[in-house]
Write a protein that binds this ligand. Structure first.
Ligand code: HEC
Ligand code: HEC
Ligand code: HEC
Ligand code: HEC
Ligand code: HEC
Ligand code: HEC
Ligand code: HEC
Length: 356
């Protein structure tokens, strides 16, 4: 029975694919003989339809250049994607035999399923096209229905939001980026703060001219450290699979490198010049004793979004504890006048509260 079912599904799929091959309009990249010389056999040898040869098969064209000869039609050299996967922080594509199957449904509903990420989870090899990198991928939820993915974050949410097998220390990204939150980095829509004075052009709070960028992609922060690498969150030498370094500890000597990921979009001179929070510099550089350093942005700010506070405020409990009256909170005092108060204890200094 199962065999007949698989055969039936495969037949429908093959018929569909073949009609795409013979159709005259623009073809998906991999089914176009202008790109792959051997058509279906570029990936499928014999009847190996289960995984199309797996991730290592993809590297026969997208890997180190010597493997590409003869497989890619045009003389073009594809960029070597394997370098990023060899870095310390990467999606675990090659670690173990992938748990990916053609018929799995994501987000995962079984908490015991092993976490995985295969090339084919993020790229549909039959449908991927230059104008739509997500073509052929499904999973975005509209009510109870699953719809085609059209935006990058919808792809990421397949494994980093409502997955029943989410790692314990990981937070549901859909919850963090929800536009109903008091603050968030703008992924699903424009942000709420109209006075993010530190923003470096073209980044803006609201889009008012064609070149402005007011909505980010996860990939603006999570991609290779090397801009010459292929696009995509494949791997990076920086922790968190980030494009730039982020030091998240305490007693850190401030530098453009230490908070590189933030200074990519937020002007360092504005932050250290206290243009909004009047005590930024004092905390970040440790003004009183700069050799001992100051504290990371991460001690006060979450990177994604906050369900409780404005300005992405979330205190890092590794260093911050309750105030002498047992309170740990941030209170905003009016909009765009850069005033507020904090209730907490840090470095033995009681804020009960301290106002600015
Ligand atoms: C770029 C590599 C590549 C090319 C070219 C390619 N495939 Fe595939 N194919 C794959 C991969 C990878 C899978 C597994 C997909 C998955 O796991 O989601 C697959 C799966 C399949 C399946 C099984 C699908 C299922 O739902 O079980 C069939 C049937 C298939 N391919 C037919 C074809 C045909 C016919 C062609 C040519 C028109 C073709 N493929 C071209 C990589 C490729
Ligand atoms: C036979 C060689 C070959 C194999 C095998 C192959 N690809 Fe490709 N792939 C290409 C070529 C050629 C292009 C077009 C590149 C271009 O236009 O710059 C491409 C393009 C792509 C793109 C789109 C890039 C863009 O410009 O947006 C993705 C994503 C991709 N491949 C993923 C995969 C994955 C995943 C696999 C394995 C399942 C795979 N490829 C296997 C040859 C191959
Ligand atoms: C098919 C599942 C899958 C998809 C889709 C996916 N990821 Fe992942 N991702 C993983 C797995 C598995 C890990 C390893 C750690 C874990 O289990 O969460 C990981 C790790 C990461 C990490 C490193 C986390 C750390 O602890 O440092 C980042 C950052 C990340 N993914 C971002 C993304 C982004 C951005 C997207 C969308 C473009 C995405 N992921 C899509 C499965 C996925
Ligand atoms: C403005 C930059 C930025 C954007 C945009 C961004 N991230 Fe992150 N992300 C970070 C930083 C910085 C860290 C490391 C520090 C931390 O854990 O907060 C991180 C950590 C992570 C981690 C590992 C820790 C955890 O929370 O599980 C995952 C997974 C992740 N991001 C996924 C995503 C996904 C998915 C998106 C898009 C929906 C996204 N990020 C968008 C900056 C960003
Ligand atoms: C966690 C999801 C994820 C995994 C796993 C993944 N990719 Fe990607 N990849 C992406 C995203 C997102 C992009 C960027 C798409 C865009 O913005 O155009 C991308 C881009 C690409 C590109 C186009 C790069 C360029 O600069 O044109 C290629 C080729 C590619 N991936 C191949 C692969 C191969 C081969 C594998 C497995 C070895 C793989 N990817 C694994 C998410 C992933
Ligand atoms: C001691 C806690 C603390 C630390 C450390 C901290 N911030 Fe802030 N930050 C705040 C507070 C509080 C606000 C809100 C000020 C207000 O009331 O408008 C803020 C506001 C901001 C804003 C929004 C307004 C603007 O200036 O554009 C940005 C961006 C920002 N911080 C970035 C950073 C970066 C980057 C770092 C690290 C280099 C950092 N912060 C370190 C507490 C902190
Ligand atoms: C790719 C660009 C980019 C990067 C990288 C980036 N930000 Fe932002 N950030 C933005 C944009 C755009 C906004 C404006 C959102 C709005 O208008 O509400 C913003 C807003 C903020 C705000 C104010 C949010 C609010 O609602 O008040 C804070 C705080 C902040 N960022 C801190 C950081 C920190 C800390 C880092 C480093 C971990 C960082 N950002 C990295 C683009 C970025």
């Amino acid at each position: 029975m199962r065999f007949l079912y698989v055969l039936g599904v495969s037949f429908v799929l093959v018929a569909g694919l073949l009609s795409m091959v013979f159709a005259t309009d623009v073809k998906p990249i991999h089914l176009d003989k202008k790109n792959t010389r051997n058509g279906c056999a570029s990936c499928h040898l014999g009847f190996g339809f289960r995984d199309g040869g797996g991730a290592s098969k993809c590297l026969s064209c997208h890997g180190p250049s010597d493997g590409q000869t003869g497989l890619v039609s045009r003389g073009t050299q594809l960029k070597d994607i394997s370098k990023d996967f060899a870095k310390n922080y990467h999606h675990p594509v090659f670690e173990k035999k992938s748990a990916h199957t053609t018929r799995e449904v994501l987000p995962e509903i079984d908490p015991t399923m092993p976490r995985h990420a295969d090339c084919a989870d993020c790229h549909s090899p039959h449908f991927v096209s230059t104008d739509n990198p997500y073509a052929g991928l499904r999973g975005k939820k509209i009510g109870n229905l699953s719809a085609p993915i059209t935006k990058e974050y919808e792809l990421c949410y397949l494994c980093h939001s409502d997955s029943a097998n989410l790692p314990l220390r990981s937070v549901n990204k859909r919850v963090e980026f929800a536009i109903a939150n008091p603050s968030f980095h703008p992924i699903e829509g424009e942000g709420k703060n109209q006075a993010v004075i530190s923003l470096i052009r073209p980044y803006r709070e609201k889009k008012s001219s064609p070149n402005d960028i007011s909505i980010l992609k996860c990939g603006d922060c999570h991609s290779s450290d090397d801009i010459a690498s292929p696009r995509g969150p494949h791997g990076s030498k920086y922790q968190g699979l980030l494009t730039d370094n982020y030091s998240t500890g305490d007693n850190i000597v401030e530098s453009i490198f230490a908070y590189g990921i933030c200074y990519k979009c937020h002007k360092r001179s504005s932050i250290l010049g206290n243009e909004t929070f009047p005590l930024h510099s004092r905390h970040i550089t440790g003004e009183r004793n700069p050799k001992a350093g100051g504290t990371s942005c991460y001690t006060c700010h979450t990177s994604h979004g906050s369900v409780e506070n404005k300005y992405l405020i979330r205190f890092n409990r590794d260093y911050v504890t309750e105030s002498s009256t047992g309170k740990l909170k941030f209170v905003e005092k009016g909009i765009y006048n850069f005033r507020g108060e904090c209730w907490l204890t840090c470095h033995g200094v009681d804020h009960n509260p301290r106002s600015y």
